[in-house]
Design a protein around this ligand. Structure first.
Ligand SMILES: C[S@@+](CC[C@H](N)C(=O)[O-])C[C@H]1O[C@@H](n2cnc3c(N)ncnc32)[C@H](O)[C@@H]1O
Length: 361
């Protein structure tokens, strides 16, 4: 069998040694079903960069942002937000803390204690003010177990890119909805990856491989990558939610042509930490490409554990990425006006953003 090489091999060694020394890696059913390697915090950072703005837009569209501002004007108590599956806290610290007004408090939980520890470290070491630090609580807990201690406590609940991975999405969403106060809003975002085709032109084996293996491994773990489109059905079946709405978009990355962003605006208007506008088509392409590489790497330990592919297939995928990079370098392909045409989707398909309100009684 061909040995694992390069990025994938380095990542596998790190993952295997970390899991051997971590007996307390998960609690409940949530964490150990998770398909991507927990140690790949970099991947979660890239994921967040790709979808930060579209999630920020969803906070506006769903009315959560307005409700949080209104709450303050009416001098009510703290507006409380719960984030479930916060990972290493990129979403919490770079989006919720930034976008929501100062009087909001955020409780962010994840099934993986290592990711919660990493989020906590980020909060205490990355220059957040004392007020900002007081506004966030990170907690190691599975979504399914939250209703016991947090029922009826939150004005808003947010879940992004978690539901497709779960063996029992309905139990998870039921617990999430129970955490809402009457009149509170739940916002759930996830992907819909249909069938076995992969949108990548010109075709690249690594892209097809990622797409097929992600779907295959996810199924073996009880996940379903088409759940993004079914979340509305789950929310409705709970019977406690009303006014169910959704927004969808296809995250397509391209270069050699200008691909318009899928967000309503390229930077958050009220962001205190906004940088200059760097959201060009090429920057987005490069970001998406790095995410593809990291996603492939972080999928590897589970693919091997579940025996869904051969090591020859892995080597072929890695070689296809490496030769693509060599080609781009040889062409000097970094000028937006002259670079060669390439287009791909990650995830392959559509992102769904669903929101609903908890009934008053
Ligand atoms: C793809 S990451 C998404 C992270 C973050 N929400 C984002 O959008 O960038 C999925 C996260 O869900 C967490 N997770 C998986 N199952 C869970 C469960 N049952 N309860 C809470 N968290 C869970 C994983 O540990 C992981 O950090």
């Amino acid at each position: 069998m061909a040995p694992f090489t390069g990025l994938l091999a380095r990542f596998m060694v790190a993952s295997l040694s970390a899991s051997a020394s971590n007996n307390d890696a998960t609690i409940g059913s949530g964490g150990d079903q998770y398909i991507h390697a927990k140690e790949n915090v970099e991947r979660q950072g890239l994921l967040h960069q790709c979808f930060r703005q579209s999630s920020s837009d969803a906070f506006s569209m769903s009315g959560i942002l307005e409700a949080s501002q209104h709450h303050h004007n009416n001098d009510k108590e703290t507006f409380r937000v719960l984030e479930i599956g916060c990972g290493a806290g990129h979403t919490t610290l770079d989006l919720l803390l930034d976008v929501l007004p100062d009087h909001c408090h955020i409780t962010a939980v994840d099934a993986d204690p290592k990711l919660i520890a990493s989020a906590q470290t980020r909060l205490s070491s990355q220059g957040f003010s004392e007020l900002q630090q007081k506004r966030v609580t990170f907690q190691h807990q599975t979504g399914e177990s939250l209703a016991e201690s947090m029922a009826g406590q939150f004005d808003s609940v947010w879940v992004r890119f978690v539901v497709v991975h779960l063996p029992d999405p309905l139990a998870f969403l039921e617990a999430a909805a129970e955490c809402l106060k009457p009149g509170g809003t739940i916002l759930v975002e996830d992907i819909y990856v249909p069938g076995a085709t992969s949108l990548c032109h010109p075709p690249l084996y690594a892209h097809t491989f990622f797409h097929e293996m992600h779907t295959k491994a996810s199924r073996k773990l009880g996940g379903d990558l088409t759940r993004g489109a079914k979340i509305g059905d789950y929310l409705q079946s709970l019977g406690s939610l009303q006014n169910i709405q959704c927004n969808t978009f296809a995250p397509i990355f391209g270069r050699g042509v200008t691909v318009r962003p899928w967000t309503s605006h390229s930077q958050s208007a009220n962001s205190s930490r906004s940088q200059e506008n760097t959201d060009t088509s090429t920057n987005r392409f490069n970001l998406g490409w790095s995410l593809l590489e990291q996603s492939l790497a972080s999928l590897m330990p589970k693919l091997r554990e579940l025996e869904v592919c051969t090591e020859e297939e892995v080597s072929r995928a890695e070689e296809s990425l490496a030769s693509w990079k060599r080609e781009q370098k040889a062409k000097g392909d970094d000028d937006e006006r002259t670079c060669s045409y390439q287009m791909f989707a990650l995830p392959d398909g559509t992102v769904f953003q669903w929101w609903a309100t908890r009934m008053e009684t």
